[in-house]
Design a protein around this ligand. Structure first.
Ligand code: SF4
Ligand code: SF4
Length: 372
């Protein structure tokens, strides 16, 4: 049997979503039994209108929840946004209305419980609800990502770390992207989603995961193996696997998923297709230098403020675990010696008032055509 299944979908019409979901479950033999508690891990990074294409589309979430209900399961729509009030963010993203329409739970991932199953990280606190669910169905959005190059199935599970503990992890791991990717691999191995169904109908490119531009990929991808799915999608987006921290971390662990075999892919969407003009954030170079802290800082873009756009909400300062920025009267003061380039401030800014500025060395490398 193939490892991943790619389906063409040009829009979020109910029939198309229903058929994609039903095909995904049946193709991989994922059964839902009566009374099973099935956690739908959506992507609710922060509160955004559906049209921004930041969050998993409610049409896909509705189709998955309806499928689980039709099999006698008990679906729960869950996530843990970085800083926003859960209810407000879930309302904006359309999850609350799906939940009330279907009479199901939509709730925040809280109550951290230590797990000890990681390879590199032996103690990771994940939400009790995730650990106690009978099944997790992973519903990410396909986007580029300032810190991690792109985000798909594996990165989406970072939301299983409750609330502000996420910022704490960014701080603990620091500048090293591969180390952070190792954390993501450990979380993925712990959560073990039964199935990942990625919303790639309209995702984002550019300064994702929240400040990018909508990009019509026109597909729904499904797999019990989120890692292989992410690697294929990175390739199809025209990304370089060598620049993708998750891939590099998986290679260094010797994971077999790193060997991409066309025979592993099925579906009516051509896996050899390459999306044109997808812009990846050029925020760092992964390839050329060893991960030494002083070189990492030189080779990684820093966040900069665009004052004209700022509304003075203070979310950037509130989310910065490194205490590397101060907000005062719509002015930001960065302390770049403390900044770990996690870009949480950029992610949480609601009005794209924080962008990336390349270091001189990185800029030179990009000009010379050495991809970051
Ligand atoms: S200033 Fe921004 S990028 Fe730097 S550590 Fe703080 S949140 Fe992360
Ligand atoms: S930069 Fe963005 S997050 Fe920070 S205060 Fe301004 S609008 Fe708010």
């Amino acid at each position: 049997m193939s490892k991943i299944y790619l389906m063409s979908r040009d829009d979020y019409g109910a029939d198309g979503m229903r058929s994609a979901v039903s095909e995904a479950f049946s193709r991989f033999g994922v059964d839902i039994t009566s009374g099973e508690r099935v956690l739908l891990k959506v992507n609710l990074v922060s509160g955004h209108d559906v049209a921004r294409r930041v969050t998993t589309d409610p049409a896909l979430v509705r189709a998955v929840a309806s499928y689980v209900l039709s099999r006698g399961g008990v679906p729960m729509i869950c996530d843990s946004p970085g800083i926003d009030n859960f209810r407000a963010a879930a309302t904006k993203a359309g999850f609350m209305s799906v939940a009330s329409e279907l009479g199901i739970e939509c709730s925040e991932l809280v109550d951290p419980v230590d797990t000890t199953r990681g390879t590199d990280f032996h103690k990771i606190a994940l939400s009790r609800k995730v650990l106690e669910a009978d099944k997790v169905i992973n519903l990410p959005k396909l986007k580029t990502h300032g810190q991690m190059y792109m985000t798909g199935g594996v990165k989406n599970l970072f939301g299983c770390v409750p609330g502000r503990l996420k910022a704490g992890w960014h701080y603990n791991v620091g500048l090293n992207r591969e180390k952070f990717a190792g954390l993501l691999l450990d979380i993925y191995a712990t959560v073990k989603p039964a199935l990942t169904i990625i919303d790639g109908v309209i995702g984002q490119d550019g300064n994702g995961p929240t400040s990018g531009e909508p990009y019509n990929f026109g597909l729904i991808g499904a797999s019990p193996d989120a890692l292989t799915l992410d690697f294929w999608l990175c390739r199809m987006m025209g990304g370089s696997l060598d620049d993708y921290p998750l891939y590099r971390a998986a290679v260094s662990r010797g994971y077999s998923e790193c060997k991409l075999d066309p025979a592993d892919v099925e579906g009516d969407f051509d896996s050899e297709h390459r999306f044109e003009g997808v812009k990846f954030p050029k925020t760092r170079s992964m390839r050329l230098l060893p991960p030494l802290p002083f070189l990492e800082r030189l080779m990684t873009s820093r966040p900069v403020h665009i004052p004209d756009r700022c509304i003075g909400c203070g979310r950037c300062e509130a989310v910065c675990a490194a205490h590397a920025l101060k907000h005062e009267n719509r002015k930001l003061h960065f302390d770049y010696s403390k900044c770990i380039r996690c870009y949480c401030c950029h992610e949480m800014c609601p009005v794209k008032a924080i962008e990336f500025k390349e270091s001189a060395l990185l800029s030179l490398m990009n000009r010379l055509g050495v991809r970051s």
